[in-house]
Design a protein around this ligand. Structure first.
Ligand code: G
Ligand code: G
Ligand code: NA
Ligand code: MN
Length: 253
């Protein structure tokens, strides 16, 4: 069996799951959202990380199907949280191939309609490579998605080749500072300069800024002192199943 045919079977068998990682307000640690991260619960190998199978998904016919499954599962979860009185924004990741296929804005609109989810509780994270594709098409699609009230965030900011020019071209709602700049923040003055400038830039552009990869309190404190509003990382919580997320972060009832 090739990995691609195994993945097709996995879709049939419902072997995919979404894990959720908390995103917090750095000033007080309050929960603001969750990033949904796909996992494949393989019957023999256990949880397989997306780094191992998404590259195959992205070049296969399964790409659109899995994107739709991710969106639907995340929207249902966000709606369940909303109904229980917790306004937790849920962010999903879409790879360039998934943004290319089908009519994404239409699927998003249909899902919001079907689930009743408040649109501002859904976020879409895109990486810069999306913007290597047909620029006008991508722009039009983002615009339609944003008109629905769904936010679009630039993921892994700073790691690409032309991050600043993309900020200029695309009407984003926010950016996520890549964890490679956050890890060394306390020890490396270059990283601190890059992160500090990115926070300033985001504010001037009116963008939300989220720091990724926060692994300790000192880094979180330093980010607060630099004016960063939101963060995510193992210090606040690892990606986990929805039930664990409920128990750890949301008040029961
Ligand atoms: O969760 P983990 O660190 O293993 O994720 C590895 C990579 O897989 C990350 O770059 C993440 O953005 C990507 N990824 C995780 N979940 C999804 C998903 O549902 N869809 C897509 N397209 N990428 C995902
Ligand atoms: O590419 P993207 O930014 O979507 O990747 C998100 C991935 O980063 C998640 O799969 C998650 O496992 C990983 N991640 C989240 N927080 C941390 C962290 O604090 N440290 C490290 N090393 N990885 C993290
Ligand atoms: Na992401
Ligand atoms: Mn990222």
């Amino acid at each position: 069996l090739t990995l691609e045919s195994e993945l097709a079977l996995a879709v049939e068998r419902g072997e995919f799951e979404l894990f959720y990682q908390p995103q917090v307000r750095l000033i007080d640690g309050g929960l603001v959202g969750a990033e949904a991260l796909i996992r494949w619960r393989h019957p023999v190998r256990g949880y397989v990380s997306p780094g191992e199978f998404m590259p195959v998904v992205n070049t296969s016919a399964l790409s659109e199907r899995i994107a739709n499954w991710v969106m639907e599962t995340a929207c249902r979860q966000a709606r369940a949280w909303e109904l229980s009185g917790n306004n937790v924004r849920v962010a999903i990741n879409l790879s360039p191939s998934q943004l290319q296929s089908g009519d994404l804005a239409h699927s998003v609109a249909a899902l919001l309609d079907a689930t009743g989810l408040t649109p501002s509780l859904l976020e879409i994270e895109v990486t810069e490579d999306i913007l290597l594709h047909d620029e006008r098409r991508v722009l039009a699609m983002f615009k339609r998605i944003q008109e629905l009230g769904v936010r679009v965030l630039f993921d892994d900011f700073g790691t690409g080749y032309a991050s600043l020019s993309y900020l200029k071209k695309f009407p984003l709602d926010g950016l996520k500072i890549d964890r490679s700049f956050v890890f060394g923040l306390l020890a490396n003055s270059d990283d601190a300069a890059i992160v500090g400038s990115t926070i300033g830039l985001s504010k001037q552009l009116g963008l939300t800024v989220v720091a990724e990869g926060i692994e300790d309190e000192a880094t979180a404190d330093f980010l607060v002192s630099m004016g960063c509003e939101e963060g995510q990382g193992y210090f606040f919580g690892r990606p986990m199943p929805a039930e664990a997320f409920d128990r750890q972060f949301l008040a029961a009832g």
